[in-house]
Design a protein around this ligand. Structure first.
Ligand SMILES: [Zn+2]
Length: 416
């Protein structure tokens, strides 16, 4: 679908993408310097051919593009724990996408920024560029290095955590470049758009910034808010809550937890997994709860009967992750998101009617080196998904506390 849109809009050139990012206050300094030097004219992309096959203004140490590349390298290695090879692979992709320009709009595809995120001037390819909250669509003043790195960080710690581990731990530049392209740029199925700038760019960055000396920092990469406690897990499994067996006809009013291993009294959630106040998120607000795989993995179950109205893929939604949207028979909208790494993890389809307890998919525990897989569960009374998604960082009552809703539902059905 995305591919088709690209062709329709005539945007054949490589860039698809998406991306995400995150930034840190450390880069305030950089951004103030770099903003002044940004080149807003993408039409004359200067080409500096050098003998290594590397081309682009980014090889000039005085250019804004060079400084952007260096800032990405330092951010990924120091803040995110990436290996030098992994960081170089990301930079190679930024070279292929934008030439390392903060502002390099592609009007047809609606994309902009270092990694050519969707959603800048239109949303035909999604709306990733606004997902973190700092960058406003079409507002050039918000397209700063700081904000773009914030977006990278946001995506790598949310829907793109797979990329964080896959690329962050990379030991060779070629693989890192390819995996960033496939999974961050979202180009699985569009491998023909890899082009020839990414890899030469990545190899250049690897040498230029001393990538060979930097190995992945597992402590930072694995930084997980959940604690793995085997005995706790066993305990949870032992007294797991029964709910709908899938054959029940009288399921209306019945609520259950999304994992069989959640005790009847509720999940064990810590810190940033909880609904509400959050130290790490936009507006200090978390619009749902995160069931981390350290305690909760395996089959993801419908928490209430209803209809699967929409299944969104990372590039469809612009959110960067898979999302199952259910409308319950008593008027709630439920978002089951982020647990799936591809469609094979989702076992329902749009239009399916589900009962409480029915399997929706599977949340795999730490697969392919990922150890922070989680199910984000959101519950709202807003039945329009787009409207609900527009309020993900807004604590205005749109998104409810899922734990409270489910508990109340379970209590009510127990009373009958
Ligand atoms: Zn969450």
């Amino acid at each position: 679908m995305k591919n088709l849109k690209w062709w329709l809009t005539g945007l054949v050139t490589a860039i698809v993408a998406t991306g995400a990012i995150v930034g840190v206050m450390i880069f305030l300094l950089f951004s103030s310097v770099l903003n002044g030097g940004k080149d807003c004219d993408s039409s004359d992309n200067p080409s500096l051919e050098v003998s290594t096959g590397v081309s682009g203004s980014y090889t000039d140490k005085n250019s804004a593009e060079y400084k952007n590349g260096k800032a990405i390298f330092e951010f990924l290695t120091k803040e995110m724990g990436f290996s030098g090879a992994g960081a170089a692979g990301a930079i190679g992709n930024a070279i292929g996408e934008s030439g390392l320009k903060l502002h390099n709009p592609n009007p047809g595809g609606g994309v902009n920024g270092l990694f050519q995120w969707s959603g800048w001037s239109n949303t035909i390819n999604g709306s990733r560029i606004t997902s973190e909250g700092s960058i406003k669509a079409g507002d050039e003043s918000t397209l700063t290095l700081e904000n773009e790195l914030k977006l990278v960080k946001y995506e790598l710690t949310h829907g793109y955590s797979k990329v964080k581990h896959l690329v962050g731990k990379a030991t060779d530049v070629q693989t890192a470049t390819k995996n960033w392209f496939l999974y961050y740029e979202g180009m699985v199925g569009n491998e023909d758009q890899f082009g020839n700038l990414r890899e030469t760019g990545a190899q250049w960055a690897y040498k230029e910034f001393g990538g060979s000396a930097i190995t992945a920092n597992d402590n930072i990469l694995n930084n997980s808010i959940e604690t793995t406690d085997a005995s706790q897990r066993a305990q949870n499994d032992a007294d797991y809550a029964q709910c709908g067996n899938g054959n029940d006809i009288e399921v209306s009013g019945e609520w259950c937890w999304p994992f069989a291993s959640v005790p009847k009294e509720g999940p064990k959630l810590v810190g940033e997994q909880n609904y509400g106040k959050s130290d790490s998120r936009t507006n200090g607000y978390h619009d749902g709860v995160d069931f981390g795989d350290a305690l909760y993995s395996g089959d993801v179950r419908a928490i209430h009967s209803g209809k699967i109205v929409k299944i969104m893929k990372p590039n469809d939604s612009g959110l960067g992750f898979y999302l199952i949207w259910e409308i319950t028979d008593d008027g709630y909208g439920i978002a089951y998101q982020e647990f799936a790494s591809d469609m094979s993890d989702i076992s329902v389809k749009e239009g399916d009617i589900v009962n409480a307890g029915d399997k929706l998919g599977v949340s795999r525990k730490g697969d392919i080196g990922i150890n922070d897989t989680h199910l984000h569960l959101g519950i709202t009374k807003e039945k329009n998904l787009q409207k609900a998604l527009s309020k993900v960082f807004v604590d205005d009552g749109t998104w409810l506390d899922p734990v409270q809703v489910i508990k109340k539902g379970m209590d009510n059905s127990a009373d009958k």
